[in-house]
Design a protein around this ligand. Sequence first.
Ligand SMILES: N[C@@H](CCC(=O)N[C@@H](CS)C(=O)NCC(=O)O)C(=O)O
Length: 215
Amino acid sequence: MPTVYGVPVSPFVRKVRVALAEKGIAYDLDPVIPVNVSADYRKISPLGKVPAFRDGDCTLADSSVIIAYLDRTHPNPSLYPSDPYDFARALWFEEYADGGLVTIIGPKIFFQKVVGPRFFNQKTDEAVVKKAFEEELPPMLDYLEAQLAPGATTLVGKQFTIGDVGVGSQFVNLFHCGFGIDTKRWPKLAAYLAAVHERPSFRSLIAEERKLFQG
Ligand SMILES: N[C@@H](CCC(=O)N[C@@H](CS)C(=O)NCC(=O)O)C(=O)O
């Protein structure tokens, strides 16, 4: 059985777990916390980050790398469109999430509201959270709203892709902080996210993570 290394609330660990669930692959989870990681862990994740992955003798790090690997070992259902432009668009939305949304939702909202207070005894800087949520995030949401077709439950065509995995995963962290999406200002995005998070792959992980916060 393969192993995923990393704490469940990491959006990048969640990406890999969603991909595994979409493909029906059973796995073990080793909830490595990416702080002062061991020398052994650095052998499989040289940057010291989560997620990492082990499949027999193969070890990998980085959510995008791991999912690309899984899509070749388990091609059905594929998370990458076959049409070249759709393929590139799906990768673009993954990058929009992994390199864009995360810079606001991660350190300025999720860390401030959840990780800092719970794990590092740090007080939330409400000014940082307010600025992030009210000023920095809205243009990012405007872009996604403009990209979605009316009633769309996927970003690229009708296929659930790596772009949806990445974008959907970042918003789980936002919603864990008690924030929502204004359905009047971003109606297509709000409906899209609700549909993505209703997929069994996301739904079961979100339920599991909520229990962690209650504990
Ligand atoms: N590009 C990486 C990003 C992974 C990442 O930044 N993970 C965070 C946790 S959400 C981490 O391990 N941070 C610890 C560190 O940067 O040292 C991926 O897609 O897996």
